[in-house]
Design a protein around this ligand. Structure first.
Ligand SMILES: [Zn+2]
Ligand SMILES: [Zn+2]
Ligand SMILES: [Zn+2]
Ligand SMILES: [Zn+2]
Ligand SMILES: [Zn+2]
Length: 486
């Protein structure tokens, strides 16, 4: 959609009302407006008030993460919070009720206006969202939320949330439940749109445009639509489909992995389970008793969330992997994470999972794994990795020299081609040579690790700050100090 052109005379509100009364236009634009702007817009004219309060489209995508009244006012309970809290302590509030107070207030307001049931995508990122409130959103009839985003929320008891999720997906659940289809929880919340890019300059100061609220909202709206257009044009591939490495700030627990397994095919998340062969009891090595030796590198692993994005090219040697890589449109939906940012114009899991590709290009295969399945096989610097078929690996991360036969073509004088075998040594696997670099492949080691000309020790030119091209930080520093002293 293009940017909205504002007429410089006073006809702004009429134009907006005309435009917004078209449900298609409304559906396309409403998600770009913060809730405060929607209400301010409604306050500018009777026509707009009617549109906002009578169109279910306006609240289909509801982002409360930027709404001031959704924030718990005093936190933690300090002296400043006493008055707000004291008022309510008589009503014997539980701690959960206290922390969910502001959101409950908004929900009951929306319910009274019969708007709550139209909310299909609800964004509560960064807010105070106790598990009980999530339970209500998921299981109470007054809600109709399909996609819920609760990333980086506060006061959420994760264990309680997992219990809620396992309960709503229990085999004996009523038909047609749960209505919730997707939950964003594991990834970071979407960054606020950048303000400082040249194409996103603030609109010029009031030239003909009145400073009325309507005009302000209009300008803001103009801004939003042009931001959205810029984002659409500059859109790159999704992080999950690139060699992005670690996708989550902390490693998700075994309990979370088991919860995802219980929800498989019913509720989808912004994370998926690792499908590495070691999680498959029919393929993994299962020991039949306590062993004294090092753990077998192919022993069975409990379910784990795939937290590392490996990029579209697969194993460095065979360009595939033992588990069939997930291809959007072909593989089961449970193999795909919900992608960020949340879709604005649809509340379906498919829309949330669909990778954005250039027009006409097919979505790349998705290679994701848990860290345990990548131990010793994945370079944390360049994200190159080797699968179980191409590198046996060991319990200790190390690099291995591998003899490989490469064939070069040679064309004979009579026109026939001969293949000439040539033995080459390839070094595969990873090792930790530098704490800062993490486990790296041999090419990354050669790029960053040097041998000091003075003391002969290895050092990292990136992570050892005071080092030079030829000397480690210690020798470099010592030689400088010696020069300075004499
Ligand atoms: Zn391979
Ligand atoms: Zn795994
Ligand atoms: Zn590397
Ligand atoms: Zn380093
Ligand atoms: Zn040195």
């Amino acid at each position: 959609m293009g940017a909205l052109i504002l007429p410089p005379d006073g006809s702004l509100t009429t134009t907006l009302a005309d435009l917004l009364s078209n449900s298609l236009v409304l559906r396309q634009t409403a998600p770009y407006l913060p809730v405060s702007a929607v209400y301010a817009l409604a306050a500018t004219s009777k026509a707009l008030w009617g549109i906002v309060h009578n169109s279910p489209e306006v609240f289909r995508y509801l982002d409360l993460s930027t709404v001031k009244s959704a924030v718990v006012p005093y936190e933690p309970l300090d002296s400043g919070g006493i008055s707000w809290r004291a008022e309510r302590m008589d009503e014997s509030l539980t701690e959960d009720e206290f922390y969910s107070g502001p959101l409950r207030g908004i929900f009951s307001k929306l319910e009274r206006r019969r708007l709550l049931q139209h909310v299909h995508t609800l964004v509560l990122d960064g807010l105070s969202v106790p598990a009980d409130l999530v339970r209500e959103i998921i299981s109470e009839d007054r809600f109709n939320v399909r996609i819920l985003s609760i990333r980086e929320v506060r006061n959420l008891n994760e264990r309680k949330l997992m219990q809620v999720l396992r309960y709503v997906v229990r085999p004996s659940r009523p038909a047609g439940t749960p209505r919730i289809k997707g939950i964003y929880f594991f990834g970071p919340r979407d960054p606020a749109p950048a303000q400082d890019e040249p194409s996103k300059k603030k609109p010029p100061p009031s030239r003909g445009i009145t400073s009325s609220q309507g005009a302000k909202i209009g300008a803001e709206w103009n801004q939003k639509s042009s931001n959205a257009l810029n984002a659409a044009l500059a859109r790159t591939d999704d992080k999950w489909y690139q060699g992005s490495g670690r996708m989550m700030a902390k490693r998700p627990s075994l309990e979370w992995a088991e919860t995802l397994k219980a929800c498989e095919g019913i509720i989808f998340f912004d994370a998926v389970l690792c499908r590495g062969p070691r999680h498959d009891p029919s393929k993994a090595y299962i020991s039949d008793g306590p062993s004294t030796s090092l753990p077998n590198p192919s022993s069975f692993l409990n379910p784990a969330i795939a937290s590392v994005a490996l990029g579209p090219s697969g194993c460095e040697t065979c360009h595939s992997c033992p588990e069939i890589p997930a291809i959007f449109g072909q593989s089961p939906a449970s193999q795909f994470p919900l992608l960020s940012p949340l879709p604005l114009h649809s509340s379906s899991v498919r829309a949330a999972q669909m990778p954005r590709t250039l027009k006409g290009s097919r979505p790349p295969p998705l290679f994701v794994r848990c860290e345990e399945c990548l131990k010793g096989r994945w370079c944390e610097r360049c994200h190159k990795w080797w699968d179980e078929n191409c590198y046996t690996g060991s319990a200790i991360a190390q690099r291995t020299e591998l003899q490989q036969t490469e064939f070069t073509e040679s064309i004979q004088t009579n026109g026939t081609t001969h293949l000439i075998p040539k033995q080459t040594i390839k070094i595969i696997g990873v090792r930790r040579d530098c704490f800062g670099c993490g486990h790296t492949c041999i090419s990354c080691k050669e790029l960053f690790i040097r041998r000091c000309r003075t003391c002969g020790n290895e050092y990292c030119i990136e992570d050892n700050d005071a080092s030079s091209d030829t000397r480690c930080d210690w020798c470099n520093y010592t030689s400088r100090r010696t020069v300075e002293m004499y």
